[in-house]
Design a protein around this ligand. Structure first.
Ligand code: SF4
Length: 264
């Protein structure tokens, strides 16, 4: 008998086992499923190889080995789950669906999330936080929505001009956050770069403050890596922390640790 549904495929970049290097779950055992393609261009992006759909993806062979088998894209979600099981999927606290931007492939995200949950780990969705419609399709299958709040001083959409001001992201993030609150945990991450202005910090805090009891607001200093040469000055980080914590009670300043430890 023919099956009811055609198998779902996905454009992936890689699957590997490591530890969470950002945010409130830092240090938790995490298996990463990285999706291909992104519709933003963040100045400090540390995964520019994910911007376009990937021709091939790589699956780590054994947990923590950093040795990979390469496969052509697209890959069937069921094959990717089988690859994750070879990495001891069920022994991880979390699986992070990351990118690129995973919500450009919501059908695949949903299928991954349901399969992962059935095997034990919690599902952590790492997203730029702009596609509310796509989130609606997956939010009931996700445990943690970790959304960025992008600043127009550092981020452009694909198709924006290369120079000159671009439209702010705040309204789209607002709409996204309303859906994200259906998940059991919401993390909002602000990458604080030298270009981040007081006005940008004030605006996001004003919008996030009504949800403050249900979210974690994380200030993440930009990591000098790749094309980013300049760290944010410590006195500036103090000033931003002071400013944000005056508006939102539980704010934390947490750097990326995966770059410090040189982990995948
Ligand atoms: S949203 Fe993420 S993947 Fe896309 S450009 Fe920004 S940092 Fe890179």
């Amino acid at each position: 008998m023919a099956s009811e549904h055609a198998p779902t495929d996905a454009n992936l970049v890689e699957i590997f086992s490591s530890v969470q290097g950002e945010g409130p779950h830092i240090g938790e055992t995490t298996l990463f499923v990285r999706f291909g393609e992104c519709d933003l261009r963040c100045r400090w992006c540390d995964t520019p190889h994910t911007w376009r759909p990937a021709k091939t993806c790589r699956f780590e062979r054994t947990r923590g080995s950093a040795e990979f088998d390469v496969r052509d894209n697209p890959v069937l979600v069921e094959d990717a789950i089988a690859a994750a099981e070879r990495l001891e999927l069920s022994r991880h606290a979390f699986v992070s669906l990351t990118g690129g931007e995973p919500l450009l492939q919501p059908t695949a995200v949903r299928e991954f999330a349901l399969a992962i949950r059935a095997r034990g780990p919690r599902v952590h969705l790492e997203t730029h936080g702009l596609h509310a419609d796509a989130l609606t399709q997956v939010v009931d299958a996700v445990d943690v929505v970790s959304m960025d709040w992008k600043f127009a001083s550092d981020v452009r959409r694909v198709g924006d001009p290369r120079s000159g001001p671009v439209a702010a992201f705040d309204d789209a993030h607002d709409a996204f956050l309303k859906i994200a609150r259906q998940a059991s945990e919401v993390v909002i991450k602000l990458v604080v770069a030298p270009a981040t202005s007081d006005e940008e910090i004030d605006e996001v805090c004003r919008r996030v403050a009504p949800h403050a009891d249900e979210i974690s607001l994380i200030l993440q200093p930009v990591t000098p890596f790749g094309g980013v040469r300049e760290a944010t000055d410590p006195s500036r980080l103090h000033a931003v922390l002071r400013r944000a914590s005056a508006a939102v009670p539980r704010v934390r300043l947490i750097p990326q640790t995966n770059r410090i430890l040189d982990l995948l």
